[in-house]
Design a protein. Structure first.
Length: 255
């Protein structure tokens, strides 16, 4: 289920414009504007996804340095937080991305230099994903995703199959601005609806509220931002059911 939720979050990074679905750049996906060269992101955690809230920590729980190319895609991400004895060997320390016109390849390494996972996406001429294959080395897991786009109705369907044969499906619906406004996540061969998500955005086009409805409970997540003169988000605060769970502080360097 952990990988299912990881997949679910990454699948949101697809966006359309007018009546055509178009891909997001990594800058757009991270509430950034202008020609960003690097971003140092410090993340403070106050709770977790199980809605168990703790006292505020006095130092950053995590720090990542992202490097972007001039087209708005990141090429490298390095975790600067020193590893500790309790760190999961599955924690990525370095992530490298190579991109061509028809393929994106992402490779993540742990602190020992071992490959944790590798993702290869095949793209159509518009830059949209056709297929994506994720291979998790340590878990001996392989996940294949196939994408179908309905430009008329502004929908994307992603069919997901795991190495063990289990299947999932994600259906995304967009508004005319190309923003995802609804996500429906199905599990099993019977396509049982597991999660419905709805999304609203602020005047800058950044995600403002996400409402997630499961079978037995629901979660509402809201976001607050602070901006620099370029319009990039330098502070991102995330609240879960009204309680602060995460704060991201960014130091941004432009070309």
């Amino acid at each position: 289920m952990r990988k299912a939720l990881i997949i679910l979050t990454t699948l949101i990074a697809i966006v359309g414009c007018q009546t055509r679905i178009k891909p997001l750049t990594d800058l757009e996906d991270n509430q950034l504007h202008g020609k960003v060269k690097q971003m140092l992101e410090l993340t403070y955690y106050y709770g977790n996804v199980d809605r168990v809230f703790f006292e505020e920590k006095t130092k950053a729980s995590d720090s990542m340095l992202y490097t972007f190319d001039e087209k708005g895609y990141y090429t490298e991400a390095v975790r600067l937080t020193p590893p500790n004895d309790d760190e999961d060997e599955q924690t990525p320390r370095k992530i490298y991305v190579t991109r061509t016109a028809d393929e994106v390849k992402t490779t993540a390494y742990n602190s020992d230099g071992d490959i944790l996972y590798q993702s290869i996406s095949k793209l159509n001429p518009e830059g949209l994903e056709l297929t994506r294959t994720d291979v998790y080395k340590k878990d001996d897991e392989k996940i294949v995703m196939n994408y179908t786009y309905d430009h008329t109705n502004l929908k994307t369907e992603i069919n997901i199959e795991h190495k063990n044969g289990s299947k999932q499906k994600n259906v995304l619906t967009y508004n005319k601005k190309g923003q995802v406004i609804k996500g429906e996540f199905y599990i099993g061969n019977e396509n049982e609806l597991f999660l419905t998500s709805t999304y609203t955005y602020n005047s800058k086009g950044y995600l403002e509220k996400r409402e997630q409805k499961y079978a037995t409970y629901s979660v509402t997540t809201t976001y607050e931002y602070e901006y620099d003169t370029q319009g990039s988000a330098t502070v991102v605060k995330e609240y879960e059911d009204g309680k602060l769970t995460t704060t991201k502080k960014r130091i941004i360097d432009y070309y």
